[in-house]
Design a protein around this ligand. Structure first.
Ligand SMILES: [Cu+2]
Length: 525
């Protein structure tokens, strides 16, 4: 929280400095925006940033990424200074085939150290991109080469793990798509990345460090209730007032073109810190995968909301059988929700046949009952080598709110100690009164076995990010098959930076990484 605050305060100071000094460095700067009240002020820094470009798709034997700054035009009114991989938000999409050796050369042209963490991907531990744990952060001007084999297909994403609450918030992420060896053909394949932004970060100059931003994730234990707006002050929730799809909001979001009869896949990725409930209008759809992992015999559903928590991915498919123009939109009362919608346009049939209904209360898909039930790799009653209970909590610390695992904050949290081959069962309990905790495990997939004591009755649910609402309890299991030191943390990255992190540590693992004791820039979250 403090880092975020510092960042926004500094941006504000720079903006004021630039506005007051009519010096030569302002030449060529677009002055026309300076007096527009609704225009964000953080952009008016003395630096001339290039406008963010469209997201490119990269594949091949060697993929080059450059981390650099840009100015992101989110809608007609708002431009924000952002961090990017290759000049766009989201950054370049890395698209490879299962079995490929993936080599990514990352150059850092940002003014601060960064990394890439391959979210959800079972890479070797020394490629996981956690500074201070698996590598040193990549300093400005430096280059680092990541290499791993694309072992599993699916939808993944990548982002910086250095000061991640701040850097991911600024746009430093992209998607990683691994196509299966025997790909089932679809006619359209779109990737949609969800995020939230502050149109006016300067408003955040109040001291947020002690603030309870527990409402920011719509932290309500009942699926169908809207959050209690009256209980919210001027908090984080209000500050994230613009929601985006692929870095654009509202009418700036590029429509998705389809033709009648086509099979359409949407890869939905939540890169933000809030959950979003998406409604696909006019069509039945199937959820074919979550966190890259396929679901067994998904049944078609209609007019149900798909809830996507921070860090999660959902792949949905539908047949374009209802010509016209339709929306995929975010439901809810949050101020920014209005901007998180994209048109699905049938080619040559763009007459508007659809209406927004973002306030409509619709059922939320229950993933614990979705798809065909069968036994997965793990069961609740089998024998496990390691069992660990994670009590997730919120507390008031010395410098503001802290987010705890078994009453402790990282690095004081107790690690999950395993050895290679161990079967591990973890019970996660969210004892925070209002906060959602989307818990993310690095380097492994886990199978979700039960929710609130009830076994999963749908398809085996294999995930790397599991969202817990207040009061919820889940049991998950995984096999310790990827030696290393792996983070297990909340993907509300504000919660992670305020303590909610532990590690899965392999006893027999010898890391070849030795942190530089004099380097204080590495930050393991
Ligand atoms: Cu959390």
């Amino acid at each position: 929280m403090k880092k975020l605050l510092l960042g926004t305060v500094l941006a504000g100071v720079v903006a004021i400095g630039a506005a007051c000094s009519n010096n030569s460095s302002m030449q060529g700067h677009d002055m026309s925006n300076m007096n527009m009240k609704e225009e964000n002020t953080a952009q008016d820094s003395s630096k001339k940033l290039p406008l963010a470009t469209n997201t490119e798709v990269l594949s091949g034997k060697e993929i080059n990424l450059t981390a650099k700054e840009a100015l992101l035009q989110i809608n007609d009114q708002v431009k924000l200074p952002v961090y990017t991989y290759n000049g766009s938000v989201p950054g370049a999409q890395i698209r490879v085939k299962q079995g490929d050796n993936v080599k990514i050369v990352l150059k850092n042209e940002l003014p601060e150290p960064i990394t890439i963490h391959w979210h959800g991907y079972p890479v070797p531990n020394n490629q996981d991109g956690v500074p201070g744990v698996t590598m040193d952060a990549i300093k400005p001007g430096e280059t680092f080469t990541y290499e791993f084999t694309a072992t599993v297909p699916g939808t993944y994403w990548y982002h910086s793990h250095q000061k991640s609450a701040e850097q991911v918030d600024k746009g430093l992420y992209g998607t990683l798509i691994v196509e299966p060896k025997n790909e089932e053909k679809v006619d359209r394949d779109y990737t949609l990345v969800l995020d939230e932004w502050m149109s006016n970060p300067d408003e955040g100059n109040m001291d947020m460090s002690g603030m309870d931003h527990s409402n920011m994730n719509n932290g309500n234990s009942s699926d169908n209730q809207q959050m209690d707006m009256s209980s919210m002050g001027h908090d984080m929730m209000n500050m994230y007032d613009i929601f985006t799809i692929n870095g654009k909001s509202g009418s700036a979001v590029k429509p998705l073109k389809v033709k009648k009869g086509e099979k359409v896949r949407l890869r939905l990725v939540n890169a933000g810190y809030m959950s979003h409930k998406l409604h696909l209008h006019g069509h039945e759809f199937k959820i074919v995968a979550t966190d890259g992992q396929p679901l067994k015999d998904p049944q078609p559903i209609k007019d149900e909301l798909l809830n996507i928590a921070p860090g999660e991915r959902y792949d949905i498919e539908f047949i374009a059988n209802n010509p016209g123009e339709w929306l995929l939109e975010c439901h809810g009362d949050m101020e920014g929700a209005d901007g998180m919608k994209v048109k699905i346009q049938y080619e040559d049939q763009t007459n508007n046949t659809d209406k927004e209904n973002a306030k409509k209360d619709l059922p939320i898909v229950d993933m614990t009952k979705y798809g065909k039930h069968e036994l997965g790799q793990f069961t609740l009653d089998q024998k496990y080598d390691v069992e660990y209970t994670m009590d997730l909590g919120t507390a008031m610390g010395k410098d503001g709110m802290v987010y705890t695992i078994n009453g402790k904050t990282y690095p004081e949290t107790a690690p999950v100690n395993v050895k290679k081959g161990d079967l591990v069962k973890v019970k996660l309990v969210n004892n925070s009164p209002k906060d959602l905790h989307p818990m993310h495990l690095h380097g492994h997939f886990f199978q979700v076995l039960s929710k609130n004591g009830k076994p999963i009755t749908g398809s085996p649910l294999i995930k790397d990010t599991l969202n817990l609402k207040p009061g919820e309890e889940y049991v998950v299991a995984f096999k310790a098959d990827n030696p290393g030191n792996w983070m297990f943390h909340c993907h509300d990255l504000h919660h992670a930076s305020a303590g909610m992190v532990t590690e899965v540590k392999y006893k027999d693992y010898k890391s070849d990484y030795i942190p530089d004791p004099n380097d204080t820039t590495n930050k393991g979250e």
